[in-house]
Design a binder for this molecule. Structure first.
Ligand code: BV8
Length: 233
């Protein structure tokens, strides 16, 4: 079996957990404390934009204070030293992959560092604190929102992601519970295209049965070990 060449890696909140950023569905996770329909849906934003901005202002502040951990750095090393493409598709809205040095990163659920005008579609770098009364720098409408993909909205870059999954030789999911679609189906998309698949997670996820291989434990231990094994061939 030739060494896997093109690698696609899906990351979720678990890879940033040891950087101090919360996960969603673990014990004490974000969605166990906040009603996601209030703060992560367009309907929730329409009902109470101040609540939603407050929620994302708090997460933006946390993300800015957090540091990339050994798992983020290991993936940046893999991209730098691997002889072929390494693509990270992240569900995370923090910028820890980029701050660890990864360049080939797609944020399918948007980013905390981005702002979007709901009226004209203009995008610009988000200020640290956003308010419903902020005027769009392009059209002036007070319709600014975080550039985040909420439930019921179409994730970014899907055609390119599906294309990369079809070409992948190896697909890895790191730190994700496999509950949110369409990301949770990427392992099947990759397997159908003939890729080997591996789950790296603190514990078996709901989607564990879909993977060929598994490595369980904290990301800061198992991801550097996995990268070392890949690079040693
Ligand atoms: C859409 C916003 C139409 C940003 C988020 C079937 C097909 C298509 C859609 C659906 C479907 N069924 C249902 C839907 C609708 C919905 C959905 O999936 N609902 C779920 C709840 C059932 N999906 C949508 O609405 C999506 N849009 O479908 O558009 C469409 C249709 C077809 C094809 C294309 C498009 C939009 C989804 C995006 C929603 N936005 N967030 C934000 O606020 O952050 S989702 C939210 O969940 C976050 O983005 C988060 O990243 C994501 C996934 O969660 P995880 O990252 O996995 O985090 P979680 O806490 O769940 O798990 C953490 C894991 O880490 C755990 O397993 C834990 O064990 C592990 N861990 C913890 N510590 C560590 C660790 N691992 C290693 N080391 C550690 N130290």
């Amino acid at each position: 079996m030739p060494a896997p060449r093109r690698i696609v890696i899906l990351t979720g909140a678990g890879i940033s957990a040891e950087s101090g950023l919360g996960t969603f569905r673990d014990k004490g996770g974000l969605w166990t404390r906040v009603d996601l329909s209030e703060v992560a849906t367009p309907e929730g934003f329409a009902r109470n934009p101040q609540l939603v901005h407050d929620f994302y202002n708090a997460r933006r502040a946390n993300a800015l204070e957090a540091q990339p951990n050994a798992a983020h750095h290991a993936l940046a090393r893999l991209e730098a030293e691997w002889p072929d493409e390494v693509l990270i598709v992240t569900q995370n809205v923090d910028d820890l992959h980029e701050r660890a040095g990864s360049r080939n990163v797609m944020h399918m659920h948007g980013t905390l560092t981005g702002a979007l005008c709901a009226a004209c579609g203009h995008r610009w770098p988000a200020p640290r604190v956003m308010n419903p009364s902020d005027a769009c720098p392009a059209c002036g409408a007070p319709q600014t929102r975080p550039d985040i993909v909420w439930f019921g909205e179409y994730p970014y870059g899907m055609d390119q992601i599906w294309d990369k999954l079809r070409q992948a030789d190896l697909f890895a999911a790191i730190g994700t519970s496999g509950t949110v679609f369409p990301a949770a189906a990427f392992v099947q998309d990759a397997a159908r295209a003939g890729a080997r698949t591996i789950e790296l997670n603190l514990e078996r996820s709901d989607a564990a049965a879909d993977f060929d291989e598994h490595r369980h434990g904290p990301a800061t231990r198992i991801v550097p070990e996995w990268v070392e094994d890949l690079l040693r061939g």
